[in-house]
Each structure stands twice: as structure tokens, then as C-alpha cells.
Design a protein around this ligand. Structure first.
Ligand code: GAF
Length: 382
């Protein structure tokens, strides 16, 4: 958690509203492996990180609610009696979505004033939107004593994303952001929505994120399209979700579905298996196996599920050229954002320099490189 971020939102809130707020920190996430498996009732392996959203929030006696987005220097005022999505509303819709879903549950919230700020790079595939949703649902739940559990809150956040941002996301991002455990990643079963924390210690190796700093327009519609393909295939197989299918089951559909849809569904089945293999390799501290699974995951995401892009493929290719990188893959929904790399600690700086230079000369713009700390989930800050 960034203390600086919390200090900034607190000070700005107190200056604007002349009262003391409650403070919430809600983290973004990384995902070790298990991409596009969450909405197939499958397994994922995310972790909350030390970057996220800081929120200062307090009840208001006025008849409107106010939100200030500190980074953007934008503010927004609305009435709780008339909650609907704002066209091209960006960040506003995540908050309105949370308010609307709380109201749909029949919960009574009063007006509030709030200031938030974030240090997750936008569009990096590190779930700034889930962090924002979770910060608000957590803050409102605390302020108005709504009595929701964390498990109930993440469903509010997920529905906000579905209904107000139009992305039919799975539960991974909201779960990881809410339930994160320090220094650990969570092996999450998205069917039972229960997880097992794994202490992460890669010995001489560490994680490196490389942000392409691009977010291609396709990302939202293509995400929903991929989900529809998975649901169509499950329906044809007469199963609840692709988690229940084997590659042999899928083969029976070959005459009925297109080759492209076959490839997409086979990616999901294989990726789900890879998550299991990954958790086994962590237990056995088999770093070579972890790396190989990362590369396989990327290969499937790029060539079968078709959610990568030239910038991400370039970065993974560069990683492959370096023997000190054991594995790399695109992370998150795709079409931009970051790659996650497992790299020898000693080579971090050198590779950062090399890859940044090559990316610049290939695309004429820069990429960004970060290390991450695995951190606690959404919580109140004193
Ligand atoms: C996005 C979604 F929000 C997640 O639910 C998940 O499907 C991910 O893409 C892909 O694994 O982050």
C-alpha cells in the first residue's frame, strides 16, 4: 500500500469537506497463470499487489453525493434517487455501478463525499477498475453498516462491471483485490469461489511486469465475444462450463463448430490444466516447470484464444531470447497491458534496459517495467 496515496486523498478530502473521512486501500492484482478461465468456472492464480486505489469517504448531510478523482482532477456530483450509467463516463460508471447494485440488493445507503486516487497504471491489465469498485463497496459497506461480507461485496463489484461498464468479467479481479494475502498468490477455484494461499518465494528469481502502455480498442467487445464462444461450446457439450470438458469431449464437436472456436475452447481447457500444474510446480519449487508453463500459456493466448497483440508478442519473444528469463506471458484480458516475466534477480536491471531500448526502437514509444510486492487485499487504513 502506498502511504503517500492515502495521505494525498485524506488531505484533499479534509480540505474540501472539512471533516475526517474513513480511509480504504484497495489493491490491483497480477495473475501468475489462468487467463480467461475464471468465467469458465475454472482455476486462476492471482495475487493482490502494493499498487491500488486509496479512498477517503464520509457520510454527507447534503442531498447529493460527491466523488473527486484526484489523479484526473475531475469531480462528479449525483443524486442517489437517479442512478444510471453516464455515457462515456469512464471511472464514474464503476462507482455508479456499485451504488446501483447496492440499491438493487435493497440496501439503504445515504449521501457521501469522497476523494480517490490510484497508482495502478491505467489499461495495464492490473485491474484498476476492480480496485476502484472494491474500494467503494468496502467504504460504503463500512460507512452505512450494510453488513455485507467480503464474498458478497465482490459480487456487487462484479455486477457493477457487467452492468455499468459493459464487461462481462469473471470474478478473478474483484476476488484477488478483496482477499489478497501478503507475500502470497491465491489458487482460486472460480466455481466454489474459494482459494488457497501459496507463499510465493521464487528464490533467485523474481517477477517483472513489462507494460506495453497500449490498450487496443478491441479489448471490451473481444472480451465479451470470447466469453460467448466459451458459453456456446459449453451449451453444445451440455455442460455448465468449459471447466467440465476434456479435450476428448471437445473433439466430438469438431464437425459442428468452426476451427477458430475449437481452438479457443481448447485453449481454455488446456489453460485450466496448466493452473493445476503450476500450483504443483510451486509446491515442488520447480522453477523451470513454472517458466515453461508461462510460455505455453502465452502461446495459447496468442495463437488459439487470439487475445494478444504485436507489442505483447514482441515482449514475450524478447524474454525467450534471454536465458535468465524462465518464462513470460501476457497478463489479464489482453490486447495490451503487461507481460509477466519470471527473471533471475541479478538480471532484472540489465534486461529492463535492453528490452526498453528494443521496444522503443521497434514501436517508437516506450514500455514501462515494474517489480511488484504481493500484498494484503482491500482494507481500512488508520
Ligand atoms: C479481465 C477480467 F476482468 C477477468 O475476470 C479475467 O477474465 C481476465 O480478464 C482474463 O483472465 O481481467
Amino acid at each position: 500500500m502506498s502511504k503517500k496515496l492515502i495521505k494525498e486523498v485524506k488531505q484533499s478530502f479534509e480540505k474540501q469537506f472539512k471533516t475526517e473521512p474513513i480511509l480504504v486501500f484497495s489493491p490491483g492484482r497480477i495473475n501468475l497463470i489462468g487467463e480467461h478461465t475464471d468465467y469458465n468456472d475454472g482455476f486462476v492464480f492471482p495475487a493482490a499487489i502494493n499498487k491500488g486505489i486509496g479512498l477517503a469517504i464520509q457520510q454527507s448531510s447534503y442531498n447529493t453525493s460527491k466523488v473527486s478523482a484526484l489523479n484526473k482532477d475531475e469531480s462528479f456530483e449525483f443524486s442517489l434517487d437517479d442512478i444510471k450509467p453516464v455515457e462515456n463516463g469512464g471511472w464514474r460508471n464503476y462507482i455508479l455501478g456499485v451504488v446501483s447494485e447496492l440499491q438493487n440488493l435493497g440496501l439503504k445507503i445515504g449521501n457521501f463525499n469522497s476523494v480517490f486516487a490510484g497508482d495502478i497504471p491505467g489499461g495495464a491489465g492490473m485491474s484498476s477498475s476492480a480496485a476502484l469498485e472494491n474500494s467503494f463497496v468496502y467504504g460504503l459497506n463500512t460507512l452505512f453498516d450494510l453488513g455485507l461480507s467480503k464474498a458478497e461485496m465482490i459480487l456487487v463489484s462484479q455486477k457493477a462491471e457487467h452492468n455499468y461498464a459493459g464487461v462481462k468479467c469473471g470474478i478473478m479481479d474483484q476476488y484477488a483485490s478483496m482477499f489478497g494475502v501478503k507475500k502470497s498468490a491465491l489458487l482460486l477455484d472460480c466455481r466454489t469461489v474459494a482459494s488457497e494461499p501459496f507463499k510465493i518465494d521464487f528464490g533467485d528469481y523474481k517477477l517483472m511486469l513489462i507494460n506495453t502502455n497500449v490498450k487496443h480498442d478491441l479489448s471490451e467487445s473481444a472480451y465479451n465475444d470470447r466469453r460467448s464462444v466459451c458459453e456456446m461450446v459449453s451449451e453444445k457439450l451440455n455442460i455448465k462450463a468449459l471447466r467440465d470438458a476434456t479435450l476428448e469431449d471437445l473433439d466430438t464437436l469438431k464437425p459442428e463448430i468452426t476451427e477458430a472456436d475449437y481452438q479457443k475452447a481448447s485453449y481454455v481447457i488446456e489453460e485450466n490444466n496448466r493452473v493445476q500444474l503450476f500450483s504443483k510446480a510451486i509446491k515442488e519449487h520447480d522453477l523451470e516447470a513454472l517458466g515453461a508453463l508461462l510460455y505455453q500459456s502465452h502461446d495459447g493466448l496468442s495463437n488459439k484464444f487470439k487475445v494478444s497483440c504485436v507489442e505483447l508478442d514482441f515482449l514475450v519473444q524478447e524474454a525467450k531470447q534471454n536465458k535468465n528469463v524462465l518464462g513470460a506471458r501476457m497478463m489479464g484480458g489482453g490486447f495490451g497491458g503487461c507481460t509477466i516475466n519470471l527473471i533471475l534477480k541479478h538480471d532484472f536491471k540489465k534486461f529492463k534496459k535492453e528490452v526498453s531500448k528494443k521496444f522503443q526502437s521497434e514501436f517508437g514509444r516506450s514500455c514501462s517495467v515494474y517489480g511488484v510486492k504481493l500484498s494484503q487485499g482491500t482494507h481500512l487504513v488508520n
